[in-house]
Each structure stands twice: as C-alpha cells, then as structure tokens.
Design a protein around this ligand. Structure first.
Ligand code: IPM
Ligand code: MG
Length: 365
C-alpha cells in the first residue's frame, strides 16, 4: 500500500512554499520510483475561515493516518484576537500533542554559498552545523494548571513548567542517538541553578548518558547558552533542551545562519511518524507575491524522506540539488544581495531541473 503524505499548506506564504515541495514530490513519484500518495487539507487560519476550527476533526484524523505531514506555516494578524483555542497556533500545538511528536529537530546549518548572510563575522559561523533537539509536547507549553484568574482583587496569570522522568528520558535518548550520527557531542541546556524541574532534567540526562559512553555530554544554563550561541556557536554539535528554552534558542540559532528562509525542521514520535515544517513563519507581509523562499519547505521534504520514509538516497539527491542551485547563484529576495532575485516558483523549478539533470547524468554513466 502506498504511503500517504499529508500536505497542510496553512496560512501566509505557507501555500506558496508547499506548492514547490508538492511539485518535487510529483517528480519523485514520476521519475524516481517514490510511491507515495499525496493529500492536502487546510489548517490554521485557512481552516478557521472555512470551518470555524483551526484543526478540523477530519484533518486531525487524516494526519493520524498519514506516514508524514508537510506543513507550511500557520498564523496571521487577522486571527490574533481570537480566543486562544481558535487561533491558528492552537492547531499546531494540538497536532503536536495528539500525534505525540515529542522530538523536534531543528538544524541550523550555514550554507557555504550564503556565508555573508549571517550577522556574525564569517569566521565565527563558517561551516556552522548545529542540531537543536527540542522537547515539543511537554514543559510549560502544556503544563497544568494554567490560566488567568482573579486573586485578591487583581488578575493573576500562571503556567506550569513540569517534566516527568519518562518525558526527559525519551527526548534525551533521541538526542544521544542523533549525536551518535554526528560529532558525538551533546550539550543539555537547563536552568538548574534556579528550577527544581531543571535539577531533575539534569539527573535524568546524566543517567541516560551511561548508555551512550561514546558521547561527550555537557550541561549549560540557558542564559549562558544564549550568550554562547552568539559568542562562539561552533562549540556546539547537538543541543537538547525543553520546550520553551528550545523555542527561544532555535530562533537564535536560526538567525546565526542569516537565512531563516532556508531552515527546515522535523517533529517525530516514537514510530518515526513526523511533521515537517519550515522554521520561518507565515510572513503575511510578503504572502501572495511569489517572493518567499521555498528552500526551507523543500529541505523539510528532504528531512521527511530521510526520517519518516527511509529514502535517504532521495534526500541526498534533493540536498545536492539545492546546493547546486545555490552554487549557480540563483537567489530569492531574502538571500539576495542586490535586486537580482527570482520568484518562489523559479526557485522550485530550478531545483527540479537540477534533480532531473543529475538523474540523466547518472543514467548516462
Ligand atoms: C515554533 C513556533 C511555535 C512554538 C508557535 C507558532 C506556537 O514559535 O514552532 O517555534 O512556539 O512552538
Ligand atoms: Mg518558535
């Protein structure tokens, strides 16, 4: 039975960038013997407008049935005043929770072709390749109790930062395994000098470490980690951290590369079912103008091929094709230095042309 991929283009530039990834999936199906069935559905603001629900039941059901999901982006200013559970972001959080996508992989890679795009000096970021492993279904994002209530005549807002041993242990295992396939260094980030939950986090990570003697483990407080990411980012290989610290540090790391329009992410559960999405948001200011960079969505597709579909050969080909297109000098507006930039669709087409050229080269040998 063909595996099913669910496309959730969402809001803002989501539909534009996902349609380029969809074109590539079609090419893989036609010319590269990938046998996947592709379905699409609305999520976020787009779904709210049609159904009054940012994550309709049938979309959640389709997501559960699929082998992998490719999501564009959710959100936009017009939905910011809705009740929290109706906002586009609520759909994303529910999808993460319902599919138990606890392991969020956020690579921050500096493409050598774009070394000048970083706000840091080139020597600080040249060949930068960090993987942030963020716990995605626990911590303060989901902890109970939460709310706003009146106490002593004034409103009080509260959330709960809570982690159980089993939640910490499974994300630690994920991170150690990823470090094993990389440079074998893992830095666990917490706030153990202040928070009890971080003390437990450290204990559990230490005990998981005994199963991975080949990995060099270190610990760092989150404030220092934020500083070190800007001061000397290349000291890191893999970082593992909780939900909110990971949210903040991954934006920080993304900016080191100077090209947030290039960065993919994966969110996986225990059965390698995954939700893949570009790190950039819905960018409502440029939506509909064909200016968005589709490479983060295309590289998210590559992560999907690698982590959920066991098609690492196709993932390698796609990564190579993106590299060649960048070598050729083609740039979307976000990564261009001058006014010479291409459209979203031209970038997608160039990647497809490169895939086909490489395929023909292989056939001719
Ligand atoms: C992210 C985003 C989300 C998060 C929002 C949109 C809910 O910032 O994926 O990093 O905070 O997790
Ligand atoms: Mg974020």
């Amino acid at each position: 039975m063909a595996r099913t991929i669910l496309l959730l283009p969402g809001d803002g530039i989501g539909p534009e960038v996902i349609s380029e990834a969809e074109k590539i999936l079609a090419v893989f199906n036609q010319d590269f013997d990938l046998d996947v069935q592709v379905e699409s559905a609305d999520i976020g603001g787009a779904a709210y407008e049609k159904d009054g629900n940012p994550l309709p039941e049938e979309v959640l059901a389709a997501a559960k049935e699929s082998s992998a999901i490719l999501l564009g982006a959710v959100g936009g200013p017009q939905w910011e005043t809705l009740e929290r559970h109706l906002r586009p972001e609520a759909a994303l959080l529910k999808l993460r929770a319902e599919l138990d996508l606890f392991s969020n992989l956020r690579p921050a890679i500096l493409f050598s072709q774009l070394a000048d795009s970083s706000s840091l000096k080139p020597e600080l970021v040249r060949d930068l390749d960090i993987m942030i492993v963020r716990e995605l279904t626990g911590g303060i994002y989901f902890g109970q109790p939460r709310g706003v209530e009146t106490r002593g005549g004034e409103r009080v807002g509260f959330n709960t930062l809570v982690y159980s041993e089993s939640e910490i242990s499974r994300i630690a295992h994920s991170a150690f395994k990823i470090a094993q396939a990389r440079k074998k260094r893992l830095c666990s980030v917490d706030k153990a000098n202040v928070l009890e939950v971080s003390g437990l986090w450290r204990d559990v990570v230490e005990s998981v470490a005994t199963a991975y003697p080949d990995i060099e483990l270190s610990h760092m407080y989150v404030d220092n980690a934020a500083m070190q990411l800007i001061r000397a980012p290349k000291q890191f290989d893999v970082i593992v951290t909780g939900n909110m610290f990971g949210d903040i540090l991954s934006d920080c790391a993304a900016m080191l590369t100077g090209s947030i329009g290039m960065l993919p992410s994966a969110s996986l559960n225990e059965s390698a079912q995954g939700l893949y999405e570009p790190v950039h948001g819905s960018a409502p200011d440029i939506a509909g103008h064909g200016r968005a960079n589709p490479l983060a969505a295309i590289l998210s597709l590559s992560m999907m091929l690698r982590y959920s579909l066991a098609e690492s050969d196709l993932a390698d080909r796609l990564d190579q094709a993106v590299g060649h297109v960048l070598d050729s000098g083609l740039r979307t507006a976000d990564i261009a230095w001058d006014n010479q930039y291409c459209t979203t669709a031209q970038m997608g087409d160039a990647v497809i042309e490169q895939l086909r050229t490489n395929l023909n080269d292989v056939k001719e040998i």
